[in-house]
Design a protein around this ligand. Structure first.
Ligand code: UDX
Length: 436
């Protein structure tokens, strides 16, 4: 099949890579000329394990074509995926201006029947908005259908999530259109959910909001665990063994970040509000999430006193491991508060330091994790990169001003660290002293 993908960001590029690898010819369009020029040379706009190889392979096979010419690509293809950005506005409402522009471009180039597929994360009702926009702007009176096919990929495992999704959701206006999309995905042999348009749109937001709720729930439980002397990791394991609950997304920590959960939860609250439902439960999910970094700062102060004039080392900056993405990264919120309170901050991340420098330039960025620890009064793990597990912790302990380790992701073993002479704190596990 011939496919057009509008918007070559995370979702667009991964979608294009998937469909081209399945044997389709995919026209990738972006208004960013530099991005397109780079992609033609195989230079990727994002860091995602395995994606570059697939892109290069399909460029070489002439199945992946990059251009800024939307009209030609729309004219040549029948299925058009909208994968543009849908950033949040200050009110929490989703900014649909890029979706609108994409729909107008499609309308102007309409030269026959098209299936317009919304893959961007958009509020319920956006399918209708796209339909109206195309109807109002088309120059020739051709038919088209609008489908919702939300994307569930995670950063860091985008390729695997695209090739082996748990489910494929297709919200289509009729059977024929649904079948066309089914055909596109058939070789993946994954469960397909054919729904109406509105349900598909809600599935995406409801899924992300539910996962964020799971995280805030375990983070709320972590406070209780600390008070009574329980261990939240043990509690999560026990809860997760119930197949109705599941172990995934029950890791307590300094909170969820990234480009999806924070904005999607806000957007769902906003959309619900416009339909007259005050989604108070999700407001509390946000509130618990926002409280995690201040809670961690409180524990730092409890262990080393006023942070003014002290040196704090931070391990990890990205919002999660295996990405260079720092959007809504909790490490950065934490660094900003520590610096406001007069601390000197040193930090290291395997991928995300360049991006972070632009936001918090006054941090001392080091070459490796060991330099972060040197002369530090406390070392805080903010992102659980696997390489941080393999560090020589004796060397770290010996180089620190005081061996205080705060674990924002419950990544280390408390007994092991206290045996080594660290004072250890884990979120929802409490404080462990070396000789206790
Ligand atoms: C998420 C969804 O998982 C994905 O389906 C959707 O398409 C986009 O949003 P992503 O933002 O890439 O993906 O990352 P994810 O792995 O879900 O983690 C999000 C945040 O939650 C990270 O900051 C992570 O550290 C945090 N998290 C995750 C926890 O704090 N605890 C957990 O148990 C799981």
């Amino acid at each position: 099949m011939k496919i057009c993908v509008l918007g070559v960001g995370y979702v667009g590029l991964t979608t294009a890579a998937l469909f081209s690898d399945l044997g389709n010819v995919v026209h990738c369009i972006d208004i960013n000329e530099e991005r397109i020029a780079n992609l033609k040379k195989g230079i990727m706009p994002i860091y995602e394990p395995g994606l570059k190889e697939i892109v290069e392979r399909n460029i070489a096979e002439n199945r992946l074509l990059f251009s800024t010419d939307t009209a030609s690509a729309v004219k040549e293809t029948e299925i058009i995926f909208i994968c543009v950005g849908t950033p949040p506005q200050a009110s929490g409402e989703t900014d649909l201006s890029q979706v609108q522009s994409a729909a107008i471009s499609i309308a102007k180039a309409l030269n026959g029947y098209k299936i317009v597929v919304n893959k961007s994360t958009v509020p319920v009702g956006t399918g209708d908005f796209v339909r109206r926009t195309i109807e109002e702007n088309r120059l020739e009176n051709h038919n088209f259908d609008v489908v919702s096919n939300p994307e569930f990929l995670r950063e860091g495992s985008a390729v695997q999530d695209s090739f082996e999704p748990d489910r494929i959701v297709i919200g289509a206006p009729n059977k024929q259109v649904a079948l066309k999309l089914l055909e596109l995905y058939a070789t993946l042999e994954r469960p397909m959910h054919i729904t109406d348009l509105y349900s598909a749109e809600i599935i995406k937001y409801a899924s992300n909001a539910f996962l964020a709720t799971k995280i805030s729930f375990i983070n709320a439980i972590s406070h209780l665990c600390e008070e009574v002397g329980a261990d939240v990791t043990v509690v999560a394991k026990g809860m997760g063994a119930d197949s109705r609950i599941g172990r995934a997304f029950l890791n307590a920590g300094i909170g969820y970040g990234g480009s999806c959960f924070p904005k999607d939860v806000e957007s769902l609250i906003h959309t619900s509000g416009t339909y007259g439902y005050d989604f108070k439960m999700l407001k509390e999910v946000i509130s618990v999430n926002k409280g995690m970094v201040p809670h961690m700062i409180g524990r730092i102060e409890e262990l080393i006193g006023d942070v003014k004039g002290k040196t704090i080392g931070v391990l990890g900056l990205a919002f999660k491991p295996n990405t260079d993405d720092i959007r809504e990264a909790k490490a950065i919120d934490m660094i900003q508060i520590l610096m406001e309170r007069g601390a000197t901050v040193k930090a290291f991340d395997p991928q995300a330091m360049e991006h972070t420098k632009a936001i918090v330039p006054d941090v001392t960025y080091t070459q490796n994790a060991y330099e972060v620890a040197e002369n530090a009064d406390a070392l805080v793990l903010a992102t659980e990169w696997r390489e941080f597990k393999l560090l020589d912790m004796e060397r770290i302990r010996n180089s620190m001003n005081q061996p205080v380790l705060l674990d924002g992701r419950n990544f280390y073993n408390p007994e092991e660290k206290t045996r080594m002479g660290f004072t250890y704190y884990g979120l929802g596990r409490g404080i462990f002293r070396p000789n206790s």
